[in-house]
Design a protein around this ligand. Structure first.
Ligand code: ZN
Length: 201
C-alpha cells in the first residue's frame, strides 16, 4: 500500500501548533520515513521554533554512546526541579508508594529526577507514608505490597548509582527531542523534568 502523501500533507496542515510540536518532539521516530519531511516542511512553513528541527534530527537517527552521555550530562547539570538549587548533580531515584484506600491497596513505582537531597527526601517521605497508610488493604497490603515496598526501598539504597544511571539513560533517550529542542533554554528542560516527575506512573 502506498501512502497518499497529499492527504497526509493536508492532515498536518490542519493540525494545531501544540499537537504538531508534540509530534515533532516525541513521535518522529514512529512516523514513516516518507512522512517525516512533510512534518518538517509544515514546521518551517508555520515559522515554528527552529530548534524543533534539532530535536527531530536527534530522534530519527541512532544515538551513539557519546551522544547519550552528553544528554545525561545535560540532565545532571540542570538546576533541581524540586528545590531549584543549581549545581547539585541531579540523580535518578525510584519512588515506591503503597496506599490502602478503603479496602484496596494500590502500588505505584515511578522514577524521579532531582538533586540527591530531594530524591532522598521524597523516598524517605514515601517510606514513612507507606508504613502508615499502606498496611491494612485487602488482600495485598498486609501480606505483600507494603512489605515488598519497604524491602525494595532498602535494597535500592545499595544500588543508588546503578539506578540513577538507568533512570537518566532511559529519560535521555526517550526525551531526546525535548532535550535537543530546548538545549540552550535549560529552564524549559527543568520545567519538563518537573512535570514528568509528577506525572509518571
Ligand atoms: Zn533539590
Amino acid at each position: 500500500m502506498s501512502l497518499d502523501l497529499e492527504q497526509i500533507k493536508n492532515h498536518y496542515a490542519k493540525m494545531n501548533d501544540a499537537k504538531l510540536e508534540n509530534i515533532a518532539k516525541f513521535e518522529m521516530a514512529l512516523l514513516e520515513p516518507a512522512v517525516q519531511p512533510i512534518v518538517i516542511a509544515e514546521i518551517k512553513r508555520r515559522g515554528m521554533d527552529e530548534n524543533l528541527l534539532a530535536g527531530i534530527a536527534a530522534q530519527t537517527k541512532t544515538l551513539s554512546d557519546e551522544e547519550v552521555e552528553e544528554l545525561k550530562d545535560k540532565l545532571k547539570g540542570l538546576a533541581c526541579p524540586s528545590c531549584g538549587k543549581p549545581d547539585q548533580g541531579l540523580v535518578g531515584g525510584i519512588i515506591r508508594k503503597v496506599r490502602s484506600i478503603v479496602l484496596f491497596t494500590q502500588y505505584e513505582q515511578r522514577p524521579i529526577i532531582a538533586c540527591p537531597a530531594c530524591v532522598e527526601a521524597e523516598r524517605k517521605s514515601q517510606l514513612i507514608k507507606n508504613s502508615l497508610f499502606g498496611w491494612w488493604g485487602f488482600p495485598s497490603g498486609l501480606l505483600y505490597r507494603t512489605p515488598q515496598a519497604i524491602i525494595n526501598h532498602f535494597r535500592d539504597n545499595g544500588k543508588r548509582d546503578a539506578i540513577s544511571e538507568g533512570i537518566l539513560t532511559h529519560f535521555a533517550v526517550e526525551n531526546v527531542g525535548e532535550l535537543k529542542t530546548n538545549w540552550n533554554q535549560e529552564d524549559k528542560i527543568v520545567s519538563f523534568v518537573r512535570r514528568k516527575n509528577s506525572t509518571q506512573a
